[in-house]
Design a protein around this ligand. Structure first.
Ligand code: PMP
Length: 359
């Protein structure tokens, strides 16, 4: 069996060792005679997996003790609604910085719950091809929170330096770049990420939230949507997505074995450089629309001179075992998602194909 070079945007490539471990343990988890999927979520075997997933998250991201780590369901899209439901009381307003389609969706959902305003956008100027500068932001010092999307999966831009929002809690959708490098969690009020890019399979959402925000959260919303419910029950209020949490645990364990997120970052930077350098070198055929300082290390977006050449390029790399390179249906062009689990070898093969195209 041959594994392809997988550049899918999400669900995306997973570390081979994490999958092999799942394969090995599929019928018998640690000598219990059954798979993790067949265990009670209240039993010792699953509980150990669950708690390890949480403690590995705390360790890898150095999450301070005054933050809860929650493993939830419903995707990042559900968090678009759950965040304002919890954190946006009547009489307050939330700031949204718009840098692409996902932040627009988050903003739209917040407006169905309460008052939200745009504190910055790069839509008109350059069609989201850059991250706004601090000086361009119009922040509300009394906002309930300020929301950003740390990496824009579709447009291929990324916040390399997070905005300064003063004492307002910073909320970040890190779905497509969580754990790509170490970060200072204490700068954030809440971080959330769907697992299916950097962390595991779809069906699990990681939420890291400051305990005082959980405690102050609204109580006039359904119990199942209150962060306090999941915080008080160690994310075991109802049945968690047990297999998803199990695979996430395997993935995080691989990051730890690599040497933690500093080691992960080094590899990610190397991969991004390899590919952007190749695209820049071949400016006769290819071009990367995102401004250099805003380029994403996770989703490399670029265009080809003509639709014919684009089709030819895609068919050529497909023959070399590379898949998932078509840009998002809303923007077209090409996109290589080079998340944590995509090996350097895959990116080298793609960079070589870019360099050698039509030469
Ligand atoms: N935010 C970002 C940055 C994303 O890339 C995505 C999915 N591609 C989402 C949110 C939505 O995630 P989900 O499909 O898990 O709701």
């Amino acid at each position: 069996m041959a594994r392809v070079f997988n550049f899918n945007a999400g669900p995306a490539a997973l570390p081979l060792a994490a999958l092999e471990r799942a394969q090995k343990e599929l019928l018998d988890l640690g000598g219990t005679g059954m798979s993790v999927m067949e265990h009670s979520h209240r039993g010792k075997a699953y509980e150990a997996v669950h708690n390890e997933a949480i403690s590995l998250t705390r360790e890898l991201l150095a999450v301070p003790e005054n933050y809860d780590i929650l493993l939830l369901q419903g995707g990042a899209s559900q968090q678009f609604a759950v965040i304002p439901m919890n954190l946006l009381p009547q009489g307050k307003s939330a700031d949204y910085i718009l840098t692409g389609s996902w932040s627009q969706k988050a903003y739209k959902e917040a407006k169905t719950i309460g008052t939200a305003r745009v504190a910055g956008t790069t839509e008109k100027d350059k069609k989201f091809a850059r991250i706004p500068k601090q000086s361009e932001l119009e922040l509300d010092a009394n906002a309930a929170y300020a929301h950003i999307t740390s990496n824009n999966t579709i447009f291929g831009s990324q916040w390399h330096e997070f905005p300064n929002v003063g004492s307002v809690p910073l909320v970040a959708d890190m779905s497509s770049d969580i754990m790509w490098r170490p970060i200072d969690v204490s700068k954030f009020g809440l971080i959330y990420a769907g697992a299916q890019k950097n962390l595991g399979p779809s069906g699990v959402v990681l939420v890291i939230v400051r305990k005082d925000l959980v405690a102050a959260g609204r109580q006039d919303i359904p119990v199942i949507f209150q962060y306090r419910t999941h915080s008080e029950n160690n994310s075991l209020y109802n049945t968690p997505p047990t297999f998803g949490v199990y695979v996430l645990r395997n993935v995080l364990d691989e990051f730890k074995k690599l040497g933690g997120l500093a080691a992960v970052e080094k590899i990610n930077r190397e991969k991004a450089k390899l590919l952007y350098d190749a695209i820049d070198e071949r400016s006769d055929v290819f071009s990367a629309p995102v401004e250099r300082e805003s380029r994403s290390t996770m989703n490399v977006v670029w265009t080809v001179k003509t639709p014919e050449l684009e089709a030819e390029f895609i068919s050529e790399v497909q023959k070399k075992g590379m898949v998932g390179l078509k840009g998002h249906r809303s923007v077209g062009g090409l996109r290589a998602s080079i998340y944590n689990a995509v090996p350097v070898e895959a990116v080298k093969a793609l960079a070589d194909a870019v360099r050698g195209f039509k030469k």
